[in-house]
Design a protein around this ligand. Structure first.
Ligand SMILES: [Zn+2]
Ligand SMILES: [Zn+2]
Length: 261
């Protein structure tokens, strides 16, 4: 059986989303997905092309209409992917007070560079990029207040390899456990020429060693086509260890879906 909850997708309410929310719900139903969570980008870095793009009111209206239209066949969740929450505490607090089902915390920017940007790779070695990334994720995680940590080893998506700085990784994982923040298994690297998720087996096992158990699965789809992609792989990955609980967030509370899988 496949995982039925895609907890990380972007519609046109994100600057880089390709499809509208209604079309994505329709596609999710056709793919057999039961739970879909729209986690639109919220970026406060002025250099980000999504800066100031997200419109909460319009997004809320679209979520409500989608629930009216598809509510019988699809469970629609309302989320947000907040970039670098620790750097924008006021805006983060403002968003946290709204009626989201889930807040995803993520790191995309390292100072003035976005991960994936050519200039970053010209300036720093791959190893340095990973170190910088993990340091920033650690800061975000210590700040906390969100429910899921997105794509823990994100630079892998662009650098096509990993450098695991174990001291930093261990600190991040122990913070997650302490703060009850779930770890996301992001399947998007599978669509970018890699044969693994972000994170994959090694980091997941480490998370379990730190007594972590809560996991959410997200495709990070930016179009209908990619919803639920790579979920058979993620299913195998999470079934390896019975300490892992796969779940969704509903009104900011973790709910295991293991019984339904
Ligand atoms: Zn992201
Ligand atoms: Zn995303």
């Amino acid at each position: 059986m496949e995982i039925i909850a895609d907890m990380h997708v972007h519609s046109k309410f994100s600057v880089d989303g390709k499809d509208n929310l209604m079309a994505m719900c329709q596609a999710a139903i056709e793919k057999g997905v039961k739970y879909i969570c729209f986690t639109e980008h919220f970026d406060m870095n002025p250099k980000d092309r999504g800066y100031g793009y997200f419109n909460f009111e319009k997004f809320s209206e679209a979520i409500d209409s989608a629930k009216n239209k598809f509510g019988d066949s699809l469970y629609i969740l309302k989320g947000l992917e907040f970039s670098e929450p620790h750097l924008h505490p006021e805006e983060f607090e403002e968003m946290v007070r709204k009626d989201f089902d889930v807040m995803i915390g993520s790191v995309h920017w390292l100072g003035g560079f976005i991960v994936g940007q050519k200039e970053l790779e010209e300036k720093f070695t791959k190893e340095e990029i990973f170190k910088k990334y993990y340091r920033e994720v650690l800061r975000a995680t210590k700040f906390g207040g969100f429910d899921i940590l997105a794509h823990l080893d994100f630079p892998k998506r662009y650098l096509k390899q990993s450098y695991n700085e174990w001291n930093l990784v261990d600190e991040i994982l122990s913070e997650l456990t302490k703060s009850d923040i779930a770890l996301e298994i992001n399947t998007s690297p599978l669509r970018k020429g890699l044969n693994e998720c972000s994170p994959d087996k090694e980091l997941l096992e480490r998370y379990i060693k730190h007594k972590g158990s809560r996991v959410s699965i997200g495709s990070d789809a930016h179009s209908s086509l990619d919803i639920g992609e790579g979920f058979a792989y993620a299913e195998d990955l999470t079934k390896r260890n019975n300490k892992i609980k796969v779940g969704i967030f509903q009104q900011r509370k973790f709910v295991s879906i293991d019984e339904e899988r």
